[in-house]
Design a binder for this molecule. Structure first.
Ligand code: UD1
Ligand code: MG
Length: 453
């Protein structure tokens, strides 16, 4: 089948009013990726080399977003949304190039499994002209019904056009169709709009193809594959299903999730075997974790690279550009941004490390802050191998602490510290014997005098 050419036409022109959003519906993310991009990925995974995106509402925003998730896709504008067949025909310029297979997909159906697309394409390869992806449901209301006669699919009837008898059918149209490229345009061109909604229905090509003695078949898929998103409640349902799938995949690949239902992955999270993830961990986009890491509870991680056997959290925040080398530790209430924590270095408590490098084996004391920003620009802090930064120090960037450098706790370091030097950046302590007691007595009698008056 791989030698068969394939075009996917992804319909995304609808307004999506029920999302109640300024953003086009299909750009709402699932696992951090616009839902339409999930559809694009599925199409690509099923071997669809070319993509046509049919846009309408929010066309400018859609074009901009498409540059990111599908730079090779060709966009076609459907000015008026006159129905799904009309929408596919908006991409006539692409369909007419001539493909073996044409997949018509919906941009708001993000959980489609590439396997289903592959199964549909296989039917085309076997000679079908139209392949419908159907699903069974006990609650078919709102879906087009698959009308079969003598075991053959003869039509799809939209709910509004169904007789009472037809409404009882529970085998429904998932929306997705595969059409033999050589028949696609002539079938679509014959679709009329003589129906309850006055729309050009893609589903009508089933009956039209049957009338030409072309082969029409249905493949059955699980409901999740065709779950369409219309509002934010359904968006959350889709997110839930996606997360459940991904958690299972992670566990089966050797990752321990102690409470899987509380761990949230991103579409691109990479996580190696023997990593243990404690409850309530969030992975934003761009996270790569090697093997054997420990991610403790309540950590929030995005854009970070974590090498093997690192220890993160609890309550750690790793932001984009955090790069933890082997056995590095970033402990509770620490934030790391755009910084490399070299092998075995420790940032264990209550620190902010931004725009920095922490050398191998260095120890960053509790409450250490890299002061990387002056309100206008960001500056770099370089901490050498084996350095020791005493607790509650501020490192005012740009600044360097040399290899083996030692910073006394409570320091404000504004000048670079050479290798193996000890730096104090704070006032020397004064101790006055007996002065504490004297002070207490003075304050007590002053308070008593105030009470009397
Ligand atoms: C469609 C199917 C129905 C199926 C259901 C599954 C048709 C006629 N009906 O109905 O059989 O059971 O999906 O969810 O195909 N779109 C455009 N331009 C248009 C019209 C639609 O781009 O002119 C896009 C929409 O943005 C949406 C998709 O096509 O992403 C589906 O359209 P929608 O109106 O939701 O179709 P349904 O009525 O749900
Ligand atoms: Mg719909």
């Amino acid at each position: 089948m791989s030698q068969r050419t394939c075009l996917s036409v992804i319909l995304a022109a609808g307004e999506g009013t029920r999302m109640k959003s300024a953003m086009p519906k299909v750009l709402h993310p699932i696992a951090g990726l616009p839902m339409v991009a999930h559809v694009v990925r599925a199409a690509e995974a099923a071997g669809s080399g070319d993509l046509a995106l049919v846009i309408g509402h929010g066309a400018d925003e859609m074009r901009k977003a498409t540059q990111k998730f599908a730079p090779k896709a060709e966009s076609f504008v459907q000015d008026k949304q006159l129905g799904t067949a009309h929408a596919v025909l908006a991409a006539r310029g692409a369909v007419s190039k001539g493909y073996d297979d044409v997949l018509a997909m919906f941009g708001d159906t993000p959980l489609i499994d590439p396997e289903v697309l592959t199964a549909a394409r296989r039917k085309l390869a076997e000679g079908a002209a139209v392949v419908v992806v159907g699903f069974r449901t006990s609650n078919p209301s709102g879906y087009g019904r698959l009308i079969e006669k003598g075991g053959k699919l003869v039509a799809i009837r939209e709910e509004k056009d169904c007789t009472d008898e037809e409404k009882k059918i529970t085998f429904c149209n998932g929306g997705l169709m595969a059409v033999a490229g050589k028949h696609a345009l002539q079938l679509l061109d014959q679709v009329g709009n003589n129906n309850a909604k006055g729309e050009y229905y893609l589903t009508d090509i089933v009956e039209i193809a049957g009338g030409q003695d072309l082969d029409v078949v249905a493949v059955e898929a699980g409901f999740e594959n065709v779950l369409g998103i219309n509002n934010r409640a359904e968006l959350a349902v889709a997110e839930g299903i996606w997360q459940t799938r991904r958690r299972r995949e992670a566990m089966l690949s050797g990752v321990t999730l102690i409470a899987p239902e509380t761990v949230f992955f991103s579409y691109d999270t990479e996580i190696g075997a023997d990593t243990v993830v404690e409850p309530n961990v969030w992975f934003g986009p761009g996270v790569k974790i090697a093997t054997g890491a420990k991610i403790h509870a309540f950590s929030h991680i995005e854009g970070a690279t974590i090498a093997s056997n690192c220890d993160v959290g609890p309550y750690a925040r790793l932001r984009p550009g955090a790069d933890l080398k082997q056995k590095a530790k970033v402990g509770n209430f620490c934030e790391v941004k755009q910084a490399t924590i070299e092998e075995g270095a420790k940032v264990n408590h209550l620190s902010y490390i931004g725009d920095a490098r922490v050398g191998a084996g260095a120890n960053i004391g509790a409450g250490t802050i890299t002061c990387n920003y002056d309100g206008y620009s960001k500056f770099f802090t370089d901490i050498g191998e084996g350095a020791f930064i005493g607790s509650n120090s501020s490192l005012v960037a740009p600044v360097t602490v040399g290899k083996g450098g030692y910073v006394a706790s409570g320091s404000v370091i504004t000048e670079s510290v050479p290798d193996d030097a000890l730096a104090f950046g704070r006032a020397r302590q004064r101790t006055l014997p007996g002065k504490g007691k004297e002070l207490r007595e003075r304050f007590a009698s002053a308070a008593a005098a105030r009470k009397k008056s």
